[in-house]
Design a protein around this ligand. Structure first.
Ligand code: SF4
Length: 164
């Protein structure tokens, strides 16, 4: 069976920086859960960060690829450099994904780890900019297609192409 990596917060786990979840009640996710396809994972917690934790953004809003390349950092609201934890979490996500032969992931949009289409711009003013989080960038570098929780029908279509 084709397994799917999913942000743990979308599955109701209280792992976000503010100690909350972002539970998705989408029927597609519910079906996949009942099929036993889902592999819930939180890169930030697995990277060693606590719950709760200070909010963090990629400096300059330049995206996860720049963090992977070492040209941008991930900073918290008080300027603490948490790049190492974000990189460790991304590597852990990749290792888990590869252990399940994952080719498809559904990750929480806007996160500096999990964002697939947009992230925050590094100013902590609630402004989004196009870009990916660190984990998403690493997964896609390794051929894993990442969808947001707002594009589950597209993810389902992609899953069909993998299972045909
Ligand atoms: Fe959710 Fe990803 Fe943030 Fe963890 S790192 S709380 S899985 S968005």
């Amino acid at each position: 069976m084709e397994r799917i990596l999913v942000s743990a917060c979308l599955m109701g786990r209280k792992v976000r920086y503010d100690g909350a979840a972002k539970t998705s009640n989408d029927a597609i996710l519910a079906t996949w859960r009942s099929e036993g396809r889902l592999v819930p994972f939180c890169p930030e917690v697995e990277g060693g960060l606590p719950i709760p934790r200070p909010a963090a953004e990629i400096e300059g809003g330049v995206g996860g690829a720049a963090v992977l390349a070492g040209t941008a950092r991930v900073l918290t609201t008080d300027g603490t450099d948490v790049t190492g934890a974000f990189l460790a979490g991304a590597q852990a996500a990749l290792a888990v994904a590869q252990s399940f032969r994952v080719r498809l992931a559904v990750l929480k949009e806007g996160s500096p780890s999990c964002g697939a289409l947009s992230i925050y711009d590094g100013t902590f003013r609630g402004r989004r900019t196009p870009g990916q989080g660190v984990t998403t960038a690493l997964l896609e570098l390794h051929g894993i297609k990442v969808f947001t929780e707002s594009h589950l029908p597209d993810a389902a279509t992609y899953l069909q192409t993998l299972t045909q």
